[in-house]
Design a protein around this ligand. Structure first.
Ligand code: G6P
Length: 616
């Protein structure tokens, strides 16, 4: 992943670069670096292992200044986090920051070593710096040098490049990794995400794959493909960033994750806004092609990664039961490399908070390339307008969760589920489902934000339970039906931020293996809403108790489950079984959060992870 920022302005750009990096830390935070043109011909560079705060401390003791610079926060792919591997990478007059992966870096490295270039890092990026330097020697112009260099690259990249001899400009390049241009009063900026640049502008150009951009203090020129295999100056329309700046702070909350957990009633209300009629969902509000696409759909391939994948797994239960449409769900990293069979009438649905996840994007492109005829189209459910996924899909339903900062996804998940329920009901309406149940669910959806607010009232009780829980090393999560993916999501949340090993099983699978793990040191978390599977689940819980397992059950107040020796029961607000996956998610998020706090981990930026995975 990694985050990049570049700036050229009328004043020292170091503060803008550092603030930008801090705002991009969600993309990776194992090391950070900055390079500035301190005077014509003189590059200054600082790199440090750890978070941006460590780089800031280094710069406080040895400051750098300059009117143009590039900066980077890293999530290691090639080479461990170290000062040598941190970006920017420098070759002669050239400094480069890179987000992505250069797949042919070894071939290029051999070529450059043979020509006498010395490598000082284990990264794939360093070849880019040397390639640009070599081309700069040959061509004398940085833009031409970058253009020649990127022509040799295979893989994905967003680049920021400076030339020490030209303190008046920065060059950017985008291919497969996100990059935007910020248009400011005092300069022009590049960033992996508009978020990085909100302190200096709210106007952005969204670059497209293949674009190169040359920015100066007063303007920029984008060079894009023009159809004949050559680049020419192209127009990319400036767009205003419409959201509030989410980085204004955590408010009363100790962590972004907790703030985002608490934002869910409002976020879900936003996801519903304007999309519910009196007793139907408003399909037209999904977008101009929605009625046609959903109407022609005969089956669905739902593709996503991580938490978004879990939302897809829940939706399968809804879509098949409520709309009668076959639905298969798959992680994007598998779907993209499979000889997928898509019968005519297949709707490809991608789910992604960021809209930039490399595997999800690749799955979309793979589907289009393989079976263009069979797919009725591609629908994305996404939280980031203007993201690659949104731009490449035929139809996008925005989740309106607002920016999510905590690496562990919370409100993005519940708003995805909300959007998926809307799509399910849209499909049901178009495919002849009985209107009475649709109307009932529409009414219940209106009440969903209140229900989520009620679920948050369990916070203090769960915080107390978490104190006990934090001493365990392993956990099992159990659910049945649409609660099975919620158990998976609960386990993922716990392992992501508390580093406790957690696994999820369909409760019916318990006796086929995991039961062997059960003893007093293995707590089992179970989800017990009122549904047709409650009695089956109760039998599974007995199997755990009989073997001395410790149970923590989140249950409907009417479930008949009561606390007993070795069994803690938390009553979750009563809700209809279709919406129960959303309601039961919140206590699991709170459990993971409080366990992580009790274990003093870095809740918002857990080790080894990143929020937006734009590399494969
Ligand atoms: C990363 C994040 C997860 C997220 C997944 C998919 O692994 O840490 O929280 O669920 O990527 O991201 P997406 O933006 O496609 O939903």
């Amino acid at each position: 992943m990694c985050g990049i920022v570049a700036a050229v302005g009328s004043d020292n750009v170091l503060p803008i670069l550092l603030e930008g990096l801090k705002r991009l830390e969600y993309r990776g935070y194992d090391s950070a670096g900055v390079a500035l043109i301190e005077a014509p011909g003189r590059l200054g560079r600082a790199r440090e292992v750890g978070k941006v705060a460590a780089l800031e401390r280094l710069l406080a003791s040895a400051p750098l200044t300059g009117l143009a610079g590039v900066a980077h926060t890293r999530w290691a792919t090639h080479g461990q986090p170290s000062q040598d591997n941190a970006h920017p990478h420098v070759s002669g007059r050239v400094a480069v920051v890179h987000n992505g992966i250069i797949e042919n870096h070894l071939v290029l490295k051999n070529e450059l070593v043979a020509e006498g270039y010395a490598f000082t890092s284990e990264t794939d990026t360093e070849v880019v710096a040397h390639l640009i330097e070599r081309e700069l020697q040959r061509r004398g112009d940085l833009l031409a040098a970058v253009e020649a260099a990127v022509a040799r690259l295979e893989g994905a990249y967003a680049l920021g490049v400076i030339d020490a001899d030209r303190p008046d400009r920065v060059i950017g390049a985008r291919h497969g990794s996100p990059l935007v241009v910020g248009i400011g009063e005092e300069g022009y900026y590049l960033g992996s995400d508009p978020l990085a640049l909100l302190p200096v502008t709210d106007r952005f150009l969204y670059l497209e794959d293949g674009d190169l951009v040359e920015a100066t203090r007063t303007g920029c020129v984008v060079h894009g493909w023009c159809g004949n295999g050559k680049r020419t100056p192209v127009v990319r329309e400036p767009m205003r960033y419409e959201h509030d700046d989410p980085s204004v702070g955590k408010g009363e909350f100790e962590h972004y994750m907790l703030k985002e957990i608490y934002e869910q009633p409002v976020a879900v209300a936003n996801a519903l806004e304007g999309r519910l009629g009196s007793d139907q969902v408003l399909i037209e509000a999904f977008g101009p092609r929605a009625r046609q696409l959903l109407g022609e759909t005969r089956q669905i391939h739902l593709v996503a990664c991580g938490t978004s994948y879990h939302a897809g797994l829940v939706a399968r239960y809804w879509i098949e039961e409520l709309a009668g449409i076959p639905c298969q769900v798959e992680v994007a990293s598998e779907y993209r490399y499979r000889d997928v069979v898509a019968p005519p009438g297949t709707l490809l649905m991608t789910l992604s908070q960021s809209g930039e996840t490399a595997d999800t994007l690749a799955a979309l492109r793979h589907a289009r390339a393989r079976q263009g005829q069979a797919y009725v189209g591609a629908l994305s459910i996404c939280n980031v307008p203007g993201s690659s996924l949104v731009r490449e899909s035929d139809l996008s339903l925005m989740t309106h969760a607002g920016p999510e900062i905590g690496v562990a996804s919370t409100k993005a998940f519940t708003t995805q589920l909300t959007a998926l329920m809307l799509v399910t009901l849209g499909l049901r309406q178009l495919h002849g489902g009985d209107g009475e149940l649709t109307a009932r669910l529409v009414h219940r959806l209106r009440y969903l934000p209140t229900l989520l607010g009620d679920a948050l009232k369990l916070d203090a009780e769960i915080a107390r339970i978490a104190q006990r829980f934090s001493g365990y090393r392993h956990t099992l999560f159990l659910g049945r039906g649409a609660q099975m993916p919620i158990a998976q999501e609960g386990a993922l949340k716990l392992k992501e931020i508390s580093y406790i090993h957690a696994e999820a099983y369909a409760a019916g699978e318990l006796k086929h293996g995991p039961l062997a793990l059960i003893d007093a040191s293995m707590p089992v978390v179970a989800l017990a809403p009122m549904d047709g599977l409650l009695d089956k689940l109760k039998s599974n819980l007995q199997e755990v108790r009989a073997r001395g397992g410790r149970l923590l059950v989140f249950a409907d107040p009417e479930s008949g489950l009561e606390a007993a020796d070795g069994m803690t029961v938390v009553n979750v607000p009563a809700c209809c079984r279709f919406l129960a996956p959303l309601v039961y998610t919140l206590p699991l998020q709170l459990l993971a959060y409080h366990v992580a706090v009790a274990r003093s981990t870095d809740v918002d930026q857990p080790r080894n992870l990143a929020k937006s995975v734009t590399v494969e």
